[in-house]
Design a protein around this ligand. Structure first.
Ligand SMILES: Cc1cc2nc3c(=O)[nH]c(=O)nc-3n(C[C@H](O)[C@H](O)[C@H](O)COP(=O)(O)O)c2cc1C
Length: 316
């Protein structure tokens, strides 16, 4: 019988039993899925973005199906950091998997508030910073401006001992530039990507389908965009990259690892089948075993780019 492949990976100081995480906003606070899924099948879970105060999110309708994906405009609906620590952490602390808590806010001070509160709380393994929250003071996303992205990360880096993972938006010209800036500011890892801005129109009423007019596109439709972003980021920084976008299977996860990701997150697939994350991890193990790969770590960044002479010319 073949030995089981070693699936363990490290994101800085954070050790994961396998590289498959549940993505923020698609897995609630973990307990919602606990009845259906063995949470220890995951390398870890990432909870819904937390803000200082509870937040109701955007007006309905807040989700719409699209070809090979979905649009959502849930916004930052969450219980607020105090209720999270009081009501959600007792369950999450007992979980036998890594816990990454996603942090959001409007101005920098709100991110600082949430980060400080969580840094005092036992049982959290890392913080993922949702850099795509609208910034109330400037109306900009933090992750569309390299300088501001760096300022936010360095403000949080200086007040917590937990690993800081910067989660970037793909809605920029060059995600590599933002990645360099957050690495320089002390980010321990980078997650990519968040959703792509999208919109759907109800042609009967000629109204936008979503109550918030636009929303975020996710699911298999965005996988090639996400892989290109991971590849670009991995070529620009030394810190580990966590790939996110349209992952539905173990082979999808392999694509991200080869392109440069150290770990991956499964998001929209959880809405199709709550056990998706577990099956991605199982399929990844099966694929490695069948391909004689003893450690998943050997896949990371193992892309073979053909030399220029081998690339046929394809005029558009
Ligand atoms: C309904 C929904 C809610 C989401 N909420 C959050 C969130 O609160 N914070 C965050 O950082 N990302 C959030 N995301 C983005 C996902 O974590 C992920 O980056 C994105 O959906 C791409 O992965 P996927 O194609 O596997 O879903 C949300 C995505 C969806 C579909």
């Amino acid at each position: 019988m073949k030995a089981q492949p070693d699936l363990s990976v490290s994101i800085g100081a954070l050790k994961l039993r396998n590289p498959v995480l549940a993505a923020s906003g698609t897995f609630g606070y973990g307990s919602e899925y606990g009845r259906f899924v063995n949470l220890s099948d995951f390398g870890g879970i990432v909870t819904k973005t937390l803000t200082p105060e509870p937040w109701p999110g955007n007006p309905p309708p807040r989700a719409a199906e699209t070809a090979a994906g979905m649009l959502n405009s849930i916004g930052l609906q969450n219980v607020g950091v105090e209720a999270f620590v009081r009501d959600k952490m007792p369950y999450l602390r007992k979980m036998d998997t890594a816990l990454i808590v996603n942090v959001g806010g409007g101005p920098v001070e709100e991110f600082v508030y949430v980060t400080e509160r969580l840094s005092d709380c036992e049982g959290i393994d890392a913080l993922e910073i949702n850099m795509s929250c609208p910034n109330v003071s400037g109306g900009l996303d933090f992750s569309t401006d390299p300088r501001r992205a760096g300022e936010l990360v360095s403000a949080l880096r200086s007040i917590t001992d937990l690993p800081v993972i910067a989660k970037l938006t793909p809605n920029v010209t060059d995600v590599g530039e933002i990645a360099r800036s957050v690495e320089d500011a002390g980010a321990d890892a980078i997650s990519a990507i968040n959703t792509l801005r999208g919109m759907a129109v109800d042609i009967r009423t000629r109204r936008p389908v979503l109550g918030a007019v636009t929303g975020g596109l996710s699911g298999p439709a965005i996988k090639p965009v996400a892989i290109a972003a991971v590849y670009r980021i991995a070529s620009q920084v030394d810190v580990p990259v966590i790939g996110i976008g349209g992952i539905m299977s173990g082979e999808d996860a392999v694509e991200f690892l080869v392109a440069g990701a150290t770990a991956v997150q499964v998001g929209t697939a959880n809405f199709v089948e709550p056990r998706s994350g577990a099956s991605v991890a199982r399929e990844l193990a099966g694929w490695c075993a069948a391909s004689d790969i003893h450690s998943v770590r050997t896949l990371i960044g193992s892309m073979r780019i053909p030399s220029q002479e081998d690339v046929p010319c394809h005029p558009l």
